[in-house]
Design a protein around this ligand. Sequence first.
Ligand code: G1P
Length: 287
Amino acid sequence: MTVRHCVIPAAGLGTRFLPATKALPKELLPVLERPVIEWAAEEAVAAGATDLVLVLAEGKDSVADHLRPDPDLERILDERGKTAELEAVRHAGHLARVSVVHQRAPRGLGDAVLCAAGEVGENAFLCMLPDDLSVAERPILAQLWDAHVELGTTVLALMRVGPDQISRYGCADIAESRGRRHRVRGLVEKPKADEAKSDLAVMGRYVLTPDIFAALRDTRPGALGEVQLTDGIGALLERGEVWGVEFEGELLDVGTPAGWLQTNIRLAARDPALRRALDAALASAAA
Ligand code: G1P
């Protein structure tokens, strides 16, 4: 079993980041010197994906352009001897094959994933929401794929969150645990804190099996009036097992202004070239 596709739903309006995202898709906001979509693509490729399927809203195709070759820009940088810049531009444009499908209306994450059905075909595939960056020795998507190879089922990324946080996420009801792997009995999207069956939240990284598409076609709008991926996966439980992995490593939020700022600072602190500038800025801010 080898990975081929990674579906990246990126059709959202970016309302949490307005007005920055009025004209600029949130997936093109920079985190250090690279846009969010490139960090996401890197993780997918590190987990073995060769084909990225971007689910975009009309007008957001610039997100895909970032991951495509740009021969004119490459030629100019080459002529000017801008070797490092040329390398960076080439890198982004040749990470993987890229295809785009459009979600015509914001009908929810489940509907967005369903839009990718024609591209993915009959194989299990990776799916990731680019609102968080993965910082892990083994990429989180790769940890999920490892579990999929052993178990053969749909696999979700799970993380323990506090009771005040769970209503922001899909929540897993657990039937059985083997170390950091948990067999899921049920899933509820955005439960009220006092109705949550566990503290295990679904974290926007998935291995999905192709039967998800039929399940999503039959899924009616749920939480927030949207077709929820969580509900589509929940429907698979009637026929087989679904597992979750409490992954090793961290997800860093880049989908909200505060999270984005913290993530930039965390990553800058690890970058020798930026560390001094960061220290100087923080020292002067504290003065
Ligand atoms: C989506 C999913 C939810 C998951 C979350 C992770 O929700 O529907 O199950 O827990 O991503 O970030 P959203 O954040 O789009 O509201």
